[in-house]
Design a protein around this ligand. Structure first.
Ligand code: S3P
Length: 169
């Protein structure tokens, strides 16, 4: 069976949107790590952060990644901070091809719905700094770095690029 397609990148870079479109085009199932954690916990991510803190949320991400071994053929859209834990992203990379959707952080922030995103509450500068801190980590794990723009045309281009890469014999 085909390796998983693992999408990483900052909050709001389009992982879930692109993942959904790719899933449809490739006839594969989309797993969104945030949505799966919310579903398993029966609580929203802001509630998990507020009640137990970020460290607990990261532990849930790690648990999910550890449990994903042996699964293939999926599109996995990762929460933006998932690659910060080596063990979590390494578990996904074992059976997946990793794509970093690299979008300009200022542009991303300006278009971002910050509600429901506890780590996007401290403003634009903080968001850009967070991107700069994370960029080397995303780069380290990425098999492919896909520069992303804004708008439907850019999304279409992005999907075609990923589609081409994963369809290579
Ligand atoms: C986070 C990104 C969020 C979610 C959580 C933490 C982060 O996912 O996992 O709020 O650390 O960047 P999205 O990237 O889907 O917004």
């Amino acid at each position: 069976m085909a390796k998983n397609i693992v999408l990483i990148g900052m909050m709001g870079c389009g992982k879930t949107t692109v993942g959904g479109l790719l899933a449809r085009r490739l006839g594969r199932e989309l797993v969104d790590t945030d949505a799966l954690i919310e579903q398993r916990q029966g609580r929203s991510i802001p509630d998990i952060f507020a009640q137990e803190g970020e460290a607990h949320f990261r532990a849930l991400e790690l648990e999910l990644c550890r449990g994903s071994s042996g699964q293939d053929g999926l599109i996995i859209a990762c929460g933006g901070g998932l690659p910060l834990q080596d063990e979590a992203i390494a578990a996904l990379k074992e059976n997946g091809v990793v794509f970093w959707l690299d979008r300009d952080p200022g542009e991303t922030y300006d278009a971002l719905d910050v509600s429901g995103r506890p780590l996007a509450q401290a403003g634009r500068e903080d968001f850009v700094r967070r991107y700069q801190d994370r960029a080397p980590i995303y780069r380290r794990w990425a098999d492919y770095i896909i520069p992303c723009g804004d708008g439907p045309q850019a999304v279409e281009q992005l999907i075609s690029t990923i589609y081409r890469e994963v369809s290579k014999p």
